[in-house]
Each structure stands twice: as C-alpha cells, then as structure tokens.
Design a protein around this ligand. Structure first.
Ligand code: NAI
Length: 335
C-alpha cells in the first residue's frame, strides 16, 4: 500500500487558472506540485517520471500505451480533476495497478446553467443583438425567437446535471420528457415523463444531452436519430463531443432539420479547445463548417467554469490525493 510523506503530483494540461486554484488550496496539504502545460498522452507520459500522481483533465488521453509507461515509471494514482472519465482506459489502469479517482459532482448547477445559457442565446440571439447595438444597428430583423414556456424539452441522462437542468427548465414552464437507463422517481414526482429514447427524439422541441460518453452513447445523435426529430429541433450538448456524429449534424443543419445547435463539447476538441488559435490556420474542416452556420453556437468546454466549481474541483482533487496518501478508502475511485 502507498505511504508517501511527500506526494509528488504532476499536473497536466495546466492553465493559469488551474495553477492559481491548486496553489491556493495546496497550502494546507503541502503536496509537491509540478505544473505541465502539455496534455498527458503517450508522447508526454515520461514527464511524469519521479511523480506518484498524475492530475489530468478532459482532453488528456490515458490509453493502454500511456498507462504502460506510467506504470513503468512508478505512477500509482491518476487524479482526474473532472467528472467524466471516458479518456482513461480504466481496465488497463487496474491491470497496471494504478488507481483512478475523479470529482464526481462539483457543481451540477454550473453545467446546467450553461446549457440554459446556450438555449437562451440561440433562441433570443443576444450575441447578435450585442454586436448590432454596438455598431449603432437597432434593427430587430431576424432576431425573432420563441417562447420557452410550453415547449417540450427532452433530456437524455437524468443524473446530477440532467436533474439540475430539469429543475432550471421547470422554472421556464417547459414540459419535460426524459430518457435514462435508470429512472429517478423524484423527477417523476416533479412531473418528468420518462419515455423510450426514440419517443424523446420524436417529441422534443429542444434536446439536451447529459449522459456520459460510452460505447452505448457514442453518436447517439446520428443520421437515424436526427431523422426522427421534429423539424427545426434545437440540440444542446454540454456532455461529451462524441455523443454527436458531427458530420450527420452538419447534414441536418444543411437540410434545415436541425434548427439550432448549441455545443460546449466537440468530437475533436482536444486539438482546439482551451487554446488561443486566433493567429493559426485551423485545419479541422468540420468545426470550420459548424462555425459557418448562423444557428450554431459553440463554446469551448466552459460549462464547468465557475468560481464555485473550480473551488470544489480543486478541493476534492486534493482530498482524493490525501486519502490515497493516507491509505484511506478512496470514495471517489472509478472502478
Ligand atoms: P451522472 O453520472 O450523475 O449522470 C449521468 C446519467 O446518465 C445517469 O443518470 C446515468 O444513468 C445516465 N446514463 C448512463 N448511460 C446512459 C445511456 N446509455 N442513455 C441515457 N442515459 C444514460 O453524471 P453528471 O454529473 O450528471 O454528468 C453527466 C456528464 O456531463 C458527464 O459524464 C460529463 O461527460 C459531462 N460533463 C460536462 C462538463 C462540461 O464542462 N461541459 C462538466 C461536467 C460533466
């Protein structure tokens, strides 16, 4: 069992705000923290030589090959500073005797509120109005929206974030239908109607994705599911990019089946998101096509990014590492 006096932690994919929060909350732990800007993957794994723990985020890729290197150089713990763990090969981690911990719920409100921000912006076009007024253009042409009140919202995945999102939408007077592999009775008593997935696709004016990415949910939004949807449907994805087959969504936008698309996550986001690429030539043809639609709104994985969520993420990550250090039960272990 581990018993380290001085835990050495390699923090990958570090941005200035990550470092700021970790340094603030590490004062009481006094862990040895080293910050790397680069993402963790097979080419960078050797940077973790001499460290007990690697701390990673959503776009670090910890596959079988990376885990083999981490195991060889003596890393014993992967501390995810996020909820989703689709980027870590959990089976291989176990085979390599590396434990994996995460932050299962830091602020479902942060993500749920951002999903609503995407809906409101796409619907009422406040981003366009802001630019127009700054240029002295007070015209309302093409700014028309629709009332959310009375509309049907389909929620796929009613866990922490989905349930919080449902409570937010209730305040707008929406009808909520949902699909999840396990139903939440509390939500049923709030008036949520669970339906088969296809029925949710058929009846929703707005669809919001809040399920994890796994082999069953990858490309859950595809040519076939889009065909079932109402004409002009709004699709919101704040969960994981690969829930949507991007090429199929583009086709749906071109033939006007999809009326609005709001995404905080994107299939190939690891090559783009969190970076300032304003002086680079972007090579990703699919995102360029998405960016060209007037009814598509893209944010770069910022749904989690509130002060409250950053506090909780940092505190829980350091607590997870402390439990590991002290050989205590790892209550946030991914098994
Ligand atoms: P959770 O584990 O509380 O809820 C997930 C729900 O999805 C559960 O109710 C589960 O039964 C359901 N589910 C599992 N497989 C399903 C399937 N095949 N079809 C339908 N439902 C299924 O997770 P939480 O905290 O609500 O987070 C959801 C997702 O949101 C995470 O997996 C993560 O990918 C994403 N996320 C995105 C963030 C962002 O900044 N954009 C931040 C945090 C999470």
């Amino acid at each position: 069992m581990a018993n380290y006096n001085h835990m050495r932690i390699a923090v990958f994919s570090t941005k200035s705000y990550d470092q700021e929060y970790f340094e603030k909350y590490n004062e009481e732990h006094e862990f040895h923290l080293s910050f790397f800007e680069t993402a963790l993957n097979t080419s960078t794994a050797n940077l973790a030589t001499g460290f007990d723990v690697v701390c990673i985020f959503v776009n670090d890729l910890v596959d079988k090959a990376t885990l083999k290197i981490l195991s060889t150089i003596g890393v014993k713990l992967i501390a995810l500073r996020c909820a989703g763990y689709n980027n870590v090969d959990i089976k291989s981690a176990k085979l390599n005797n590396i434990k994996v911990v995460r932050v299962p719920a830091y602020s479902p409100e942060a993500v749920a509120e951002h999903a609503m921000a995407l809906i409101l912006t796409l619907n009422r076009k406040t981003h366009k109005a802001y630019n127009r007024v700054r240029e002295g253009n007070f015209s309302l042409k093409n700014l028309i929206g629709f009332n959310l009140h009375g509309k049907t919202i389909g929620v796929i995945g009613t866990g922490q974030i989905g349930a919080t999102f449902i409570k937010v939408t209730k305040g707008f007077g929406c009808k909520i239908i949902a699909f999840d592999i396990s139903e939440n009775e509390k939500l049923v008593s709030l008036g949520v109607e669970y339906l088969d997935l296809d029925e949710v696709f058929k009846h929703s004016d707005i669809l919001s994705l809040h399920c994890p990415l796994n082999q069953h949910t990858q490309h859950i939004i595809n040519e076939n599911s889009i065909a079932l949807m109402k004409d002009g449907v709004m699709i919101i994805n704040t969960s994981r990019g690969a829930l949507i087959n991007t090429a199929d969504a583009i086709e749906g936008l071109i033939n006007k089946k999809i009326g609005y698309l709001g995404i905080d996550v994107y299939e190939q986001e690891e090559n783009l998101f969190f970076e300032d690429l304003s002086e680079h030539i972007i090579q990703d043809e699919l995102i360029l096509r998405l960016m060209s639609f007037p009814n598509v709104l893209i944010t770069s994985h910022q749904a989690y990014f509130t002060k409250e969520a950053m506090d909780e993420i940092t505190l829980t990550t350091l607590e997870n590492i402390k439990s590991f250090k002290n050989n205590l039960e790892l209550k946030n272990e991914v098994k």
